[in-house]
Write a protein that binds this ligand. Structure first.
Ligand code: 4NP
Length: 163
């Protein structure tokens, strides 16, 4: 089983959106996720402010417009154990990468990258910007960026693993 963890700061906007969007793409491709599937997905935050909370209402509304429900997800903080448990640990921006590398054991650093490292045909878009303090258009943009990153990630996973 391949385990993928999506990581942002609060785990209420970007990383739950990435988890939901990627799960949606997997299921559309006929790939089963979860404990009985070939891929296991989760998301986490580097901060603990929102632990136990569902995704931000704005992220939920934006995702639902595209047919993706985030309502059952709950925020949690990344743990040291996650770095050994997961195969791909995908940050949304460089701050997430810095925060993770500061606590990740060196032998697992190679698992950490930006989700947008996997995007195709997105020149200049290397990060998923934090939408929390901005307006709704920021959430729309975040959804679009995550959708592109997730599509590239799915291609990579299909090319490099037998599912
Ligand atoms: P996220 O957005 O990292 O995409 O979940 C944020 C959510 C909450 C905060 C910052 C970013 N916060 O400072 O509470």
């Amino acid at each position: 089983m391949i385990k993928i963890l999506f990581v942002c700061l609060g785990n209420i906007c970007r990383s739950p959106t990435a988890e939901g969007v990627f799960r949606h793409k997997l299921n559309q491709a006929g790939i089963r996720d979860g404990y009985l599937g070939s891929i296991f997905l989760d998301s986490a935050g580097t901060g603990a402010w929102h632990v136990g909370s569902p995704p931000d209402r704005r992220s939920q509304e934006m995702a639902l417009k595209y047919g993706v429900s985030l309502k059952d997800l709950r925020a949690r903080k990344i743990t040291r154990q996650d770095f050994s448990d997961y195969d791909y640990i995908l940050g949304m921006d460089q701050e997430n990468i810095r925060n993770m590398k500061a606590v990740c054991p060196p032998d697992h650093h190679h698992k950490i990258s930006l989700i947008m490292d996997y995007a195709e045909n997105c020149p200049g878009i290397t990060e998923v910007p934090d939408p929390y303090s901005g307006g709704l258009e920021g959430f729309d943009r975040v959804f679009d960026i995550i959708d592109r990153g997730s599509a590239g990630l799915l291609k990579h996973i299909q090319a490099h693993h037998t599912l």
